[in-house]
Design a protein around this ligand. Structure first.
Ligand SMILES: [Zn+2]
Length: 369
């Protein structure tokens, strides 16, 4: 049994996902280690910030430094010095979100120009599986076709068709020892296409299932509504992964609707632009009102940044582009999202998720920072 639901509260679930490198309590936020690192942070700091599982990007690692080199050095865990669980995406999201590098999509795979050198490259389901075998991730994702929001229905339908066909091929491809493989469903927020995608992909039998093709530019209420009706379509005894959400409000939205896993670059990207996510909402440290503010970023937070440093000091670091500033903000943001997720898990276990979400939202909206 790789996934166990230990408590439910409405549609929300608290569970445990078992992987070759350890158990992951769910709901789980996965920090993104795009190029084999969570930007600027030591793996021990990432763990200390409350992360149980990291996401690695197949696209980037394939081109630099290449999966053969990583395999030669013992796989991604050894290479990046992280011995906890790792989920790798398939590279499909990068290929399809960099629309102007896309050359051709056909039944066999997708051809595109690499962002590194502009050379033509091709991903197929078999290659996506092979790269993830050599990276040795605990969870491999299927190669999918992920169109942006607002495309014509024919394009959405084509994405569903190819995603199912590719999933069937990847299902048969070799996997690393102990590696779980997750299928991805497409269909945007079109109910009929999403239901078709779920049916076709779930029939193949994967270890977990993702809602792909949401949070790709559609209005937030449309996304939340889609998660509400689409999540229950996914098999209840497998983990459900929402790809690409990482703001506190969004996390609470998808947890409440039955999602178990999610990822986003937001906490570290925000950190690098001088923004802190806090229980009082977002703080832009560049704002002059923090110049003499002796308080920590968030008095409810126990991270290394909040334990020792003032907003005034971190603002100074940000303004002077001192590396410590962006490190502290990234560390804090990761911890904050881990705490939100952990808080939601505890609330699900005690059957008071709705109250927890209401309290969080009221605090984040109350302008008392
Ligand atoms: Zn903190």
């Amino acid at each position: 049994m790789t996934f166990e639901v230990v408590a439910t509260d409405g549609a929300a679930r608290a569970g445990v996902l078992r992987t070759a490198h350890g158990d992951v309590p769910t709901p789980a936020f996965m920090p993104v280690g795009t190029k084999g690192s969570v930007k600027s942070l030591h793996p021990d700091e990432v763990r200390e910030a409350g992360a149980h599982i990291l996401l690695g990007n197949t696209y980037h690692l394939h081109f630099r430094p290449g999966e053969e080199l990583i395999a030669e050095l013992g796989g991604l865990h050894a290479f990046m010095g992280w011995d906890g669980p790792i989920l790798t995406d398939s590279g499909g999201f990068q290929v399809f979100s960099l629309r102007d590098t896309l050359l051709a999509v056909d039944d066999g795979g997708v051809t595109f120009r690499s962002v590194y050198d502009g050379d033509a490259a091709r991903f197929t389901p078999e290659l996506a599986a092979g790269i993830q075998v050599r990276l040795g991730s605990d969870i491999a994702m299927c190669l999918d076709v992920c169109p942006p929001a607002g495309v014509a229905r024919e394009e959405l339908e084509q994405a569903v068709r190819l995603t199912s066909a590719w999933a069937a091929r990847q299902r048969e491809a070799p996997r690393a020892p102990g590696q779980l493989v997750f299928g991805i469903t497409q269909g945007g927020s079109d109910r009929e296409l999403r239901a078709r995608s779920v049916e076709e992909v779930a029939r193949l039998g994967f270890d977990g299932y993702a809602l792909g093709g949401l949070s790709v530019g559609e209005p937030r209420p449309e996304m939340v509504d889609a998660v509400e009706w689409a999540a229950p379509l996914l098999p209840a005894d497998r983990p459900r992964y929402f790809m690409g959400i990482g703001d506190p409000d969004g996390i609470l939205d998808v947890i409440a609707r039955g999602i178990d896993m999610f990822d986003c670059v937001l906490p570290t990207r925000m950190g690098r632009t001088g923004t802190a996510l806090t229980s009082h909402g977002r703080l832009n440290l560049k704002n002059a009102r923090f110049a003499r503010d002796p308080r920590p970023l968030d008095e409810r937070c126990g991270c290394r940044a909040c334990a020792r440093f003032s907003r005034a000091y971190i603002r100074h670091l940000v303004n002077q582009q001192e590396l410590l500033g962006l490190r502290l903000l990234s560390l804090h943001n990761l911890r904050f999202l881990a705490d939100v997720t952990l808080g939601a898990r505890a609330a699900i276990e005690s059957g008071r998720l709705a109250d927890f979400i209401l309290e969080m939202r009221q605090r984040m909206a109350a302008d008392d920072r």
